[in-house]
Design a protein around this ligand. Structure first.
Ligand code: PRP
Length: 216
């Protein structure tokens, strides 16, 4: 009897492109043409869902997608528990405290006022460091916070640093390394562990090969 395809959520944006390239190099070919959000690969082994980054843990937590590609930042904000089966070499960033350049902000204020998308991370991080914080939730373009005077600080992801630079901001402190993981819903893993373990082996070998090819 033919098995159901493994269900797999991919986040929109940069991570989706890199995940798709890697999977493609392993012979798992699919595309989200014409704004379609569900795509089967040519072999019928996988069904992919294209979801908003911050919604990805919800789909995996509810078992709608068994597998997903997700950053540790988004996993942490979700508060959900997943098995992490592989850490990818791509997509790594840093979670940083940043503020306006030349404003002489050093992050040593008695209480920090911070705008961020990552409210759980920010509260927990400063709680662990016994530092009072006032956290203001934003959903994007967080760099505007200090520029418009909403807060002197932001906690946000920094990859190239170009967005900070373009908005006259600078990193004050690096708080945590963020990595991208292959996650699985624990119940889904129990039901499909043989196929999933084989896929994890394939993806580890596939990524090593893909990295070598890209270096040439
Ligand atoms: C992320 C992050 C920064 C930017 C950092 O935003 O929140 O704004 O990328 O990247 P850089 O250091 O390479 O410039 P994203 O592109 O996800 O958009 P958003 O601001 O709408 O969340």
């Amino acid at each position: 009897m033919k098995k159901e395809p493994l269900s797999f959520a991919l986040p929109k944006g940069r991570l989706m492109e890199q995940s798709r390239e890697l999977l493609h190099s392993m012979g798992i070919d699919f595309s989200f043409d014409d704004r379609r959000l569900v795509a089967d690969d040519a072999t019928g082994g996988f069904r992919f869902f294209l979801v908003k980054n911050s919604d990805l843990p919800t789909y995996v937590n509810h078992g709608i997608a068994g597998l997903g590609v997700c950053g540790s930042d988004v996993i942490y904000e979700s508060g959900c528990d997943f098995y992490k089966l592989h850490t990818f070499g791509f997509g790594g960033t840093k979670m940083c405290l940043a503020g306006l350049r030349d404003a002489h902000n050093n992050g040593n204020d008695a209480a920090l006022k911070i705008s961020t998308k990552f409210t759980r991370f920010t509260r927990d991080y400063y709680h662990r460091h016994n530092k009072p914080v006032e956290v203001i939730k934003l959903n994007g373009s967080v760099e505007l916070g200090p520029v418009l005077g909403l807060s002197p600080y932001i906690v946000d992801l920094v990859e190239t640093g170009n967005t900070l630079k373009a908005n006259n901001l600078e990193v004050i402190r690096e708080l945590e390394d963020i990595k991208v993981h292959l996650i699985v819903n624990p119940s889904y893993y129990k039901l499909n562990y043989k196929r999933i373990n084989k896929f994890v082996e394939d993806i580890k070998a596939g990524e090593a090969k893909w990295n070598l090819e890209r270096q040439q």
